[in-house]
Design a protein around this ligand. Structure first.
Ligand code: GLY
Length: 318
């Protein structure tokens, strides 16, 4: 099996001025992650490293760069899964950690649990020697501005984030922009990692799709792996990741067809937008989004392929 690393940097109505930062971050994430995939490396190490790279980059809504909840606090979600044995680790409502994806991996490898949240997740991370940052260390100026804009729209009656059947155009603008990675290694092992700050102005304690298996993340060597991005309340009701894999498994459609069909069906039925990246067990790739833009990229056969607008693809030699 030829190793492949595929990443996304979030689906949303990304403004033109944010496109270069996203594309540079995608390329860096791929270059960081692929080092761990070549020469017999594991897909698990590669997806963790690719997401870790984006958690350090404030072009993305995860780690440093996370959006703020209604109280101005960063609360992050992440999940990681191995398709070989269906092992997984998930964290939610995590504060003051630079790398939620690494904490999720420790949950998978060092506990008897799959999912830890809030204060418990922070204490667990501390026990695993992760540095606990000071309150506010992850809060960026851009995130503060986005929250102010959210509050202004809310005061004008334009936002009702939690009645997602009536999402208006404005609401669709800010949703998602989660990051994720899917990889298959030389042994055919598939791994998936997804990390997010959630959505601007969310209520304190709100949990999105990202840490939920079958919604934000799923990996099964017998079918494939998927990482999703977009409006969490929509994606979790639709089980977006799992539905894509079940279309591949039962309808015998390609990874691309399944990703496209299921994302379109989700937005047709539930209005909220999103996107997904998929690798099937044969190493075929699927990329699709119903939002205006989604930054994505992959490395295969020493070629770096990436894009952000519909129908647009750039290629570079590694
Ligand atoms: N997809 C990220 C979130 O809604 O939290």
């Amino acid at each position: 099996m030829k190793p492949i690393l595929l990443v996304h940097g979030g689906a949303g109505d990304i403004s033109d001025d944010r496109v270069p930062g996203k594309l540079n971050g995608i390329k860096k994430s791929l270059r960081d992650g692929v080092q761990l995939l070549v020469n017999g490396g594991s897909s698990l190490d590669a997806v963790e490293e690719a997401v870790r790279s984006m958690e350090l980059d404030d072009s993305f809504n995860c780690g440093y760069g996370s959006v703020l909840n209604i109280n101005g606090i960063v609360e992050m979600d992440a999940s990681i899964m191995e398709g070989k044995n269906l092992n997984a680790g998930c964290v939610t409502l995590l504060q003051n950690m630079a790398h939620p994806i690494c904490v999720a991996r420790k949950v998978m490898e060092k506990t008897n649990h799959n999912f830890i949240g809030g204060e418990g997740a922070l204490k667990f991370a501390h026990s695993q020697n992760f540095e606990v940052l000071t309150q506010g260390a992850l809060v960026t100026e851009n995130a503060k501005i986005a929250l102010e804009e959210f509050k202004e729209r809310q005061n004008k009656g334009l936002d009702t984030l939690f009645s997602s059947t009536e999402l208006n155009k404005k609401q669709k603008r800010d949703l998602g922009e989660t990051v994720g990675a899917v990889a298959i290694d030389g042994n055919g092992n598939i791994a998936v990692a997804t990390s997010t700050g959630g959505i601007t102005g969310k209520l304190s304690g709100r949990i999105g799709d990202t840490p939920i298996l079958g919604c934000g993340t799923y990996a099964d060597n017998k079918i494939g792996g998927v990482s999703t991005t977009g409006h969490g309340e929509t994606i979790m009701r639709f089980n977006l990741a799992q539905r894509i894999l079940q279309n591949i498994n039962h309808k015998h459609v390609s990874a691309q067809q399944a990703t496209e069909d299921v994302c379109k069906e989700m937005t047709q039925r539930l209005i909220g937008t999103g996107g997904a990246i998929t690798i099937d067990k044969e190493g075929n790739i699927g990329i699709y989004f119903t939002s205006k833009r989604m930054a994505w990229g992959y490395i295969k056969d020493n070629q770096l392929v990436y894009g952000i607008n519909k129908g647009e693809t750039f290629t570079e030699n590694l």
